[in-house]
Design a protein around this ligand. Structure first.
Ligand SMILES: Nc1ncnc2c1ncn2[C@@H]1O[C@H](COP(=O)(O)OP(=O)(O)OP(=O)(O)O)[C@@H](O)[C@H]1O
Ligand SMILES: Nc1ncnc2c1ncn2[C@@H]1O[C@H](COP(=O)(O)OP(=O)(O)OP(=O)(O)O)[C@@H](O)[C@H]1O
Ligand SMILES: [Mg+2]
Ligand SMILES: [Mg+2]
Lengths: 256, 256
């Protein structure tokens, strides 16, 4: 049965997409069956994997019932069992479109239901908001993985995110857990970074991954070649960080 | 009459807030009368200026009619005529709250109407979305200032933003202009950065500022001290970049 992970943080630009793509690819390289679901109307995960969403069936088509989730799956020949359901900019209308719907918070969960036994992990990339798409992702997820750039605005954002998480667990999805918090875009030249990492580790010792992802230009280049870092530059620090994150993630999974 | 500028880009983490605060402070230091309006429920501009929005009247109170815009203005004694209307997390409900309202796109414009002759510039900080708050900001603005981190996702994001801009100009605000595009978080170690800057300059030669803001740790530290960069470290490259941006911005204003 697929474990559904939502990669979520309402703060913008904290490597949610970079993590969805590269943790996903690293898990697939470890022979797990992985589906990335791009739930962000900006479709960065989709574009970063070289896919023009307008040409393909996508998550919006699944939501609107014009195709099945299976029809929207894209496979990549460079990595077996690394699949994608692309996003589309039409997802930005969901806030309004779903406003009256009875099951408005469960569109993602219902769309993915029939895929459960095809994958080990379904990874949801979410937008920098706490709007309907992110709520849908959290309502569907078995676990949330929080990416966090350890800079000033991150602490306040983390506490707001935890409040939202508690609310969703109470109202919509009692079985959701915190899979972990991973520091991203880490650059120790900013002294504040170590202080914030220590602070977060103090408050959430059980959640913070030992692995963190350092700032590395290759990670910013890889999407311009439409590839996960592992295929673009396997020797880079960025690739090693994400492989190490996948290893640590799987270790935690085995201990559950 | 105040000129209203919306600092907007739906891509997350591209220094919208850092620019709203620091361009605003640099203009105030040039003896312009400046009001920052934080229109983002995540309230980063508010927090980055050391203000706890829950304690003060804020933009949500203005929208809900429970206070006048003047009542929500906060002044800073370290810089004359550098004022703020704080955000509040209650703004995140606006999408739903305004859904049925006749004037749903003009809440910001209507709220700021009576402040017009108190300021030279009213700067709106907006969220990483193209939702109701950003649409409100663009419907109210005389000009949009686009901040852009010249990395891979920025090009696709810019073209989507331009589409939204054209739509808003056609449907809601015929007099809105593009005040400019400023590159932020510039780090030439990523070779892609120069290529993207050249590409954007080629397509929008009239819009791209000659000034760009380089990655500089002092800019990430300043909000942890609740200060604009000019007050935190006036000798830093970050401060010089934002002063230079203010000078170039004012030069463009005089040529209009
Ligand atoms: N470790 C890293 N080193 C260098 N660049 C990185 C790293 N991680 C991400 N980036 C780059 O930083 C930018 C922001 O990352 P990304 O788009 O993944 O964040 P996000 O949280 O998904 O943003 P959004 O909130 O807009 O969805 C991108 O240009 C990305 O390529
Ligand atoms: N030139 C710079 N050098 C170093 N750090 C910077 C610079 N500009 C911004 N930052 C830092 O980068 C992060 C993102 O910047 P900021 O929050 O201003 O972006 P934003 O576009 O407002 O994000 P969001 O989309 O979440 O509102 C912050 O931690 C900020 O302090
Ligand atoms: Mg993203
Ligand atoms: Mg911001």
């Amino acid at each position: 049965m697929a474990k559904i992970i939502s990669i979520t943080n309402q703060k913008g630009g904290v490597a949610k997409t970079t993590t969805a793509v590269n943790l996903g690819a690293s898990l697939a390289a470890a022979e797990k069956k992985v589906l990335i679901v791009d739930a962000d109307p900006q479709a960065n995960a989709t574009i970063g994997l070289g896919v023009e969403s307008a040409k393909y069936k996508n998550l919006y088509d699944v939501f609107s019932g014009s195709c099945s989730p299976q029809d929207a799956i894209i496979k990549f020949d460079y990595l077996p069992f690394f699949h994608l359901i692309p996003a589309s900019q039409h997802l930005s209308g969901m806030e309004v479109e779903l406003a009256g719907e009875k099951d408005r918070n469960h569109f993602i969960r219902n769309s993915l239901a029939e895929l459960g036994n095809l994958y080990d992990y379904i990874i949801l990339d979410t937008p920098p908001t706490l709007g309907i798409l992110t709520v849908n992702a959290l309502a569907a997820a078995d676990g949330i993985l929080i990416t966090m750039q350890p800079e000033f605005y991150a602490l306040d954002g983390l506490s707001k995110l935890m409040t939202t998480f508690d609310l969703i667990r109470k109202e919509l999805n009692p079985s959701i857990e915190i899979d972990g918090i991973v520091f991203t875009l880490v650059d120790f030249r900013l002294k504040l970074v170590k202080e914030i990492m220590d602070e977060v580790r103090k408050y959430f010792p059980e959640h913070v991954f030992a692995t963190y992802v350092a700032r590395n230009v290759r990670l910013a280049e890889a999407p311009s070649f439409g590839k996960p870092i592992l295929l673009y530059d396997a020797d880079s620090v960025g690739a090693k960080n994400y492989v190490s994150l996948a290893v640590e993630f799987l270790k935690r999974e085995r201990l559950k």
